[in-house]
Design a protein around this ligand. Structure first.
Ligand SMILES: *Cc1c(COP(=O)(O)O)cnc(C)c1O
Length: 379
């Protein structure tokens, strides 16, 4: 071009990316909705348009697939978008089994959205395999497992349930948010689909919302990928970048968190003001042996505690804690505590005296001292 371009044109061209061949150690955030096409119409990489794919998303999808022992992972803008994608992959008229104390927003999603699309559902206590077998119908297409469940920490035998599903031409999906692939690999246990809210441990710092679906089967992969790209609930490049940063320290964090959780659970279990401590790592947990078999490398960092006392006494204890922030969510480096019943509302099956605890990476001595103080009668 001979003539000097005008101000507006310079403003655009002079700020174009000149450093595509630079070699930064940390992955840049690719804030580009679209990618340059070569003169012959081809693309240099597989990136065309950011809803379809982008470098930051490709990085976490490849990473999560490998970590979960899966062939394909698909990232979504939230855990619920990932859950929805799995439901959207079913056909009208299909029947689904859900755990009776499933993450409450999934139950709500089913009731308030997918029932209108003619999916039917039964809620089952999956800690007992007989219940699962009896609830199967000829049109059951999916058994959804959450193990441990939220917030009562009930376990379900993933290998056995996957087998029941397959004997009945159904698929088995596992919400693996609470344990992460560090502690549990549902695909290796026979499940067909793994779902994560990456908002939790993958992100790990309470600063990003995300989700993903991991599968092995090519046909299921194609369906989920179509839903991801065409429905478009995709994560932004910055969100993917945060998840990628989280993945780098995932194992370090959750191992420490799980170690802290076991020690805290052991302390709480022996406290006179505690009615019951729900944690799969405790010998007193009714499914401790299943936990040892299924969660080979650890028990996770979530636990719930039932307080001896009224609802107001329970919430007062939570309010007295200094190092456990009162907030919903879980999986971040900071410890959180939550009175689940008041979040889940009137119809919630959660006991009024239950506090759910997400254990962080703080020093265990401080965490235990905090509970000791909060549970003491006289201050
Ligand atoms: C948080 C959570 C979800 C939902 O994920 P979002 O990222 O909040 O949409 C689903 N399942 C479990 C077990 C969760 O903890």
């Amino acid at each position: 071009m001979k003539t000097k371009p005008k101000f507006e044109t310079i403003a655009i061209k002079s700020t174009e990316n000149k450093y595509t061949d630079s070699a930064p150690v940390s992955t840049p955030i690719y804030l580009s909705s679209t990618y340059i096409r070569n003169n012959d119409g081809s693309y240099t990489n597989d990136f065309v348009y950011s809803r379809a794919n982008n470098p930051n998303r490709a990085i976490i999808e490849e990473s999560i697939a490998i970590l979960e022992n899966g062939k394909h992972a698909f990232a979504f803008s939230s855990g619920m978008a990932a859950v929805s994608a799995v439901f959207q992959s079913l056909k009208s008229g299909d029947h689904i089994l859900l755990p009776d104390d499933i993450y409450y927003a999934i139950k709500k999603l089913m009731e308030e959205v997918f029932k209108r699309w003619n999916l039917s559902v039964d809620l089952v206590d999956m800690s007992n395999l007989e219940n699962v077998k009896t609830a199967i119908k000829p049109n059951t297409a999916l058994i959804w497992v959450e193990s441990p469940s939220n917030p009562q920490l009930k376990l379900s035998d993933i290998a056995a349930i996957a087998e029941i599903a397959h004997q009945n031409n159904a698929l088995c999906a596992v919400d693996n948010t609470w344990l992460t692939p560090v502690f549990q690999n549902p695909l290796a246990l026979g499940a067909d689909i793994v779902v994560h809210s990456t908002t939790k441990y993958f992100g790990g710092h309470s600063d990003v919302i995300g989700g993903c679906v991991v599968v092995n089967d090519e046909k299921i992969a194609e369906k989920i990928k179509n839903i991801q790209i065409l429905s478009g609930a995709v994560p932004a490049p910055f969100d993917c970048w945060l998840i990628a940063r989280g993945i780098q320290t995932l194992k370090l964090r959750v191992k420490k968190q799980s170690k802290n959780a076991l020690k805290l659970a052991q302390y709480l279990e022996n406290h006179p003001r505690v009615e019951k401590t729900l944690y799969p790592g405790l010998q007193s947990h009714p499914q401790h042996l299943l936990a040892k078999k299924q969660q080979k490398k650890g028990f996770g960092a979530m636990l719930s505690v039932l307080i001896k006392g009224s609802e107001s006494e329970t919430t007062a204890i939570a309010a007295k804690l200094a190092y456990f922030t009162l907030a919903t969510s879980l999986g971040g480096v900071e410890s959180l505590v939550e009175h689940r019943k008041s979040v889940e509302g009137e119809n919630s099956p959660t006991p009024y005296n239950l506090l759910r605890i997400s254990v962080g990476i703080e020093h265990i001595d401080d965490l235990i001292a905090d509970w000791k103080n909060a549970l003491s009668m006289n201050n």
